[in-house]
Design a protein around this ligand. Structure first.
Ligand code: ATR
Length: 277
């Protein structure tokens, strides 16, 4: 009998996770004998859960809030992206050792490759926000060789800290200073929830953005964020955040189940239907 490989997504809370739907879709699509389940694990339970990963014969899994940093210290090997981003979202077992990585930067780049491949010729990017998501985006931009990055954030110290950890190609600034630099950027990326219901308005007009710039959002609820709506009004090419969610899931699936899955329209539509309830 063929071995059934088991993977999980682990978080607290975990009910909202779309990962079981994504991986379940691929398991069906490729007719793989495997399972992917959501497991609620509190921070107190995390050490025991990780010890049992090997004993209970899991192939690996995803870790989400609040475990992305705590998992880091409990791994035998961590990939370069996770080290740079300071968080792990994907874990697998290799020769009896617990290995982990961060697939967010990969997912960001792979999504842009699929939606607006010209992004790779960008030379200057402007990133809005300086949280964990912005860190993954900056790592992806630097990996793609984008030479200059403006990092815009309300709390300047937080942007400076992020910029310093990546070196001289990243320039921290607050929103007031962003307007003057906007015409230099050929790639604009929003990582904040600004402009959405209950949040302050997106603090920057895009009227002096370059007309050939690309605007990308990593937020995917709603699919067309106020930032993307504004960029479209200006005539910019845009890329929404749902593709990043789907693409960041592919390296884990490949590690656990041995096959690199495709991100196609059928899967995308399934997630959109699920988000629409
Ligand atoms: P994530 O890890 O998902 O990126 P986060 O760490 O909470 O989430 O970061 C959210 C980002 O949105 C931050 O850049 C935050 O700015 P601060 O660092 O100044 O907090 C930004 N953000 C959230 N609410 C904001 C608001 N009301 N005004 C301006 N920026 C806001």
């Amino acid at each position: 009998m063929a071995e059934i490989k088991k993977a999980f997504v682990c978080g607290d809370p975990i009910k909202h996770s779309r990962s079981p739907l994504i991986h379940g879709h691929w398991l069906d699509q490729y007719n793989i004998k495997g399972s992917y389940e959501a497991v609620a694990v509190s921070p107190d339970e995390l050490p025991q859960f990780m010890r049992r990963m090997i004993e209970d014969d899991w192939a690996g899994g995803n870790f989400t809030i609040p475990h992305k940093q705590a998992v880091f210290e409990r791994l035998d090997n961590v990939d370069d992206a996770a080290c740079a981003i300071g968080a792990v979202n994907t874990v697998w077992i290799e020769s009896g050792k617990l290995c982990g990585g961060n697939t967010d930067a990969y997912g960001f780049a792979a999504n842009l490759d699929a939606q607006v491949p010209l992004w790779r010729s960008a030379q200057t990017a402007m990133v809005f926000g300086a949280g964990g998501a912005a860190r993954a985006v900056v790592f992806a931009l630097l990996t793609a060789g984008i030479g200059k990055i403006f990092l815009v954030n309300r709390t300047l110290e937080r942007a400076e800290e992020l910029a310093n950890s990546f070196g001289i190609a990243v320039n921290a600034m607050n929103w007031d200073d962003a307007a003057a630099k906007l015409p230099e950027a050929d790639l604009l990326i929003n990582t904040t929830s600004l402009g959405m219901d209950g949040q302050p308005a997106f603090p920057l007009e895009l009227s002096n953005a370059r007309i050939d710039a690309i605007a990308s959002d990593i937020v995917y609820v709603p699919l067309e964020t106020p930032f993307l709506a504004m960029a479209k009004m200006r005539g910019l090419q845009t890329s929404d955040g749902l593709g990043m969610l789907l693409h960041q899931a592919t390296p884990g699936f490949e590690k656990w189940f041995g096959l690199k899955p495709q991100v196609d329209e059928v899967l995308r539509q399934r997630i959109i239907d699920d988000l629409n309830g």
